[in-house]
Design a protein. Structure first.
Length: 106
């Protein structure tokens, strides 16, 4: 393997380790990503099943609140999915990189 390829793989491995250190130090943080996903789905489902009705005195405000909750729900779902998928893929990719970069055993 070329030295430049080895250096790039080591940098990638260090980036994965840094991401894991910052975002997933324990199992509880992983479970919190699942809770975040569930909360986002609950908010989005509530808005789809029972949308915020327009009331006479505050029509603009209730529409804005509905869009705010919709945006919040989409953000929570996207953020949680990103972190869950990134953690699972990085875990597998890290094992692969460590196996490639480890010295050959006699």
């Amino acid at each position: 393997m070329e030295p430049s390829t080895t250096i790039q793989l080591r940098h990638q491995l260090e980036a994965i380790k840094e991401f894991e250190r910052k975002n997933a130090p324990s199992k509880m943080s992983y479970y919190s990503y699942w809770v975040e996903l569930l909360v986002g789905i609950i908010i989005l489902g509530r808005l789809i099943v029972n949308p915020i009705k327009d009331s006479e005195p505050v029509v603009g405000i209730s529409i804005m609140v509905g869009w705010l909750f919709f945006g919040l729900a989409l953000f929570l779902i996207c953020h949680a999915l990103y972190l869950i998928l990134r953690r699972n893929l990085d875990k597998r990719f890290r094992l692969l990189l460590e196996a490639v970069l480890s010295p050959p055993q006699p």
